[in-house]
Design a protein around this ligand. Structure first.
Ligand code: AMP
Length: 501
């Protein structure tokens, strides 16, 4: 396991980060919120993947990679930073083949290094393969320990590398059989694309936590986390890949199978609240429409006598518009966003994160001064962003601030791929609504009710994961798997669907 409390200047043996900076032992680590893209059957695969990743940039800004292949030979380029910085024309030109996958990565700190940037690519007994994964495997630590005990060597600290070892060990005949063998052994969330230079496999875990779409561009098939990645390349949207579905894509052909025991879907509500782009469709719905409905519900649930409705741009724009439409209060641009800085959470250090909030959003004085403001944000996690921006509104002379949050209180960590921190750092886990109101220094505070969030999706309420709001986890939690180093076995869990010993 990682060790993070040495001041010796020594590097962490797992991720090579100096121990003083490696927080891999924290409960925060590693957790990802990523975007994936895949294509089969197009001579310009790497360029199209590049464009797809560009559209998925909001899902991860820490690193990006593309691996293409043809006739079993893979070429790759990966790097830290934004897609436009990682891929220069001469680098992209060297990534060749008509089949390929790409990944944008976002993670908490401790794992910020090139070795963790995906797609992971390896050579093994049967050839080569590349893996790009959005999600989080909750039993990865246990599997890794078992694999290491059997002699496996890991090059990264990502849970996705466990899958590579499981695939390579599989006795399956076809590539897809080996992938399915591996997926049967993992628990948690995955929307995943894997290829070996001949076959592209795309799969969504049985609960369908994360989105994944199938599309077409001329004779080529494409797969992406969100439809906005199809729009940028003019690809046709075919359909969402179903929870538990595995697609095998070979030249101009797609084969579907559903090899896992079926369970009730548990799609991530937070994709609607914050993660996905509003111009995308996920889980059968337009993200923009759902977010506007969240704002309308919030206005019905928590009306207030005020002069103006403002968003915390960009993610809460649709919800603030919904609030404005329902309440009849005018919408105004209270904050101007500097688009040349990444999302707040990208910085791995608390001090830098606060700095990020400061440089990202600046209030527009004439819109704010002397106004009774309804401020709408999509979510409150640690409370860091809200506290800072509310302070800045006060400094600009806001008369009253009524804070409205377009999601319920986040009281539990996510184990399925959203970067929510350790429970102790979640403000709503520690404080009551009144205490948060006082901490944020607002005149009133209301969170959207869970029922209203579920209703806004139009979907079957039982088909969504509510764990971050309720603590009801659809699978065993990482802590349920005791590591062998403690001489304890895996705690048997009646809800373990995929991983049983
Ligand atoms: P916090 O400052 O920790 O309360 O974060 C809440 C703010 O960050 C809100 O304005 C959200 O729009 C945004 N946010 C929520 N969840 C995430 C996430 N997983 N990654 C990055 N930003 C987030």
């Amino acid at each position: 396991m990682h060790s993070s409390n040495s001041a010796s200047g020594e590097a962490c043996k797992d991720c090579s980060i100096p121990l003083a900076h490696c927080h891999a032992g924290d409960d925060d680590h590693p957790r990802e919120e990523c975007g994936v893209f895949g294509i089969h059957g197009h001579q310009e695969a790497s360029k199209l993947i590049y464009l797809g990743l560009y559209a998925l940039q909001h899902r991860g800004q820490e690193g990006a990679g593309i691996v293409c292949g043809q006739d079993g030979v893979l070429t790759a380029h990966r790097g830290m930073g934004l897609v436009a910085d990682v891929f220069k024309p001469h680098k992209l030109k060297r990534v060749v083949g008509d089949c390929g996958i790409g990944h944008v990565r976002y993670s908490t700190f401790g794992s910020s290094n090139l070795r963790n940037v995906q797609p992971l690519v390896v050579d093994y007994a049967k050839g080569s393969m590349a893996v790009a994964h959005n999600g989080n495997l909750t039993n990865a630590a246990l599997l890794r320990e078992e694999l290491e005990a059997a002699g496996a060597i890991f090059q990264s600290t990502t849970d996705s590398e466990v899958l590579i070892h499981l695939i390579s060990r599989s006795k399956g005949k076809e590539f897809t059989d080996c992938v399915v063998d591996a997926l049967r052994q993992v628990v948690g969330s995955y929307s995943i694309v894997i290829h070996n230079g001949e076959t592209l496999v795309a799969a969504r875990d049985p609960h369908g936590f994360r989105p994944l779409w199938l599309g077409r561009l001329d004779d080529a098939y494409v797969v992406a986390s969100e439809t906005c990645a199809f729009d940028i390349i003019d690809a046709e949207w075919i359909r969402e890949i179903k929870p538990g579905e595995v697609l095998t894509i070979t030249r101009h052909r797609v084969q579907s199978s559903e090899p896992f025991e079926s369970v009730t879907p548990k799609q991530c509500l937070f994709e609607f609240v914050y993660v996905a782009r509003p111009d995308s469709y996920i889980f059968g719905e337009s993200v923009d429409i759902v977010r506007k409905k969240l704002g309308r519900e919030l206005a019905r649930q928590a009306p207030v006598d005020a002069d103006v409705v403002m968003a915390v741009p960009d993610s809460s724009n649709p919800a603030a518009l919904g609030y404005s439409h329902e309440s009849g209060l005018p919408f105004d641009m209270g904050f101007i966003r500097n688009h040349y800085v990444g999302r707040t959470f990208i910085e791995p250090d608390q001090g830098i994160r606060d700095f990020g909030v400061k440089i990202k959003l600046n209030p527009s004085r004439p819109a704010v001064e002397g106004k009774r403001i309804v401020l709408v944000d999509d979510s409150v996690v640690r409370g860091t962003t809200a506290r800072k921006i509310i302070k800045s509104l006060r400094r600009c002379g806001a008369k009253e601030i009524h804070f409205r949050v377009a999601s319920p209180r986040i009281t539990n960590s996510c184990y399925y791929g959203i970067d929510t921190p350790n429970k102790e750092k979640l403000i709503a886990h520690k404080l009551s609504v009144e205490e948060i109101r006082s901490f944020l220094n607002v005149d009133s505070l209301e969170y959207l009710e869970l029922d209203a969030l579920l209703k806004s999706t139009n979907g079957d309420p039982s088909h969504f994961c509510t764990a971050c709001f309720t603590g009801e986890y659809p699978t065993p939690e990482p802590g349920d798997y005791e590591l062998h180093t403690n001489n304890l076995r895996h705690v048997d869990h009646s809800t373990a669907v995929l991983y049983e010993r």
